[in-house]
Design a protein around this ligand. Sequence first.
Ligand code: ADP
Length: 159
Amino acid sequence: MQKKVICPGSFDPVTLGHIDIIRRASRMFDHVVVGVLNNVAKTPSFSTEERIALLRKTLDGIDNVEVVGFDGLLAQYAKDNNITAIVKGLRAVSDFEYEFQQALTNKKLNSELETVFLTCNSDYMYLSSSIVKQVASLGGDISPFVPECVHDEILDRLK
Ligand code: ADP
């Protein structure tokens, strides 16, 4: 059976930390779905379409990765799309409690669904989309944080 997994997130906007996890997942599994959360509870800085376009541009050329938008329960989306695991990056102990709770909840909702945690790359341990937004809004250089091919698009929207 093909191992199809999902990397879910807001990706508001995509960072080098996200890409590192997605690339590594693409080497471990047959097919990786990057699930862009259309989360109505949060007001994102980038629309779902913009977040998807930035990811697609960055991930262009990796054949076994697709980028989709999704709403609703991740556990249900996984069931409906034959996804066997959720792949997440763990940055620090502070991520752990929330991620642990999410993983156990998803397991209750869909007993077939596993959650796999990849240790983040030590270069990106501090990195989040919020940090990118904060630095850009204060006029700082975001080039160490975001993929080069989408740097200008991200900066134009945030400054
Ligand atoms: P954030 O706003 O914190 O960047 P997202 O919801 O967009 O969060 O992130 C999606 C997933 O990507 C998270 O579950 C997390 O596992 C992973 N991730 C985010 N940033 C990093 C990073 N710097 N290193 C490794 N994984 C990361």
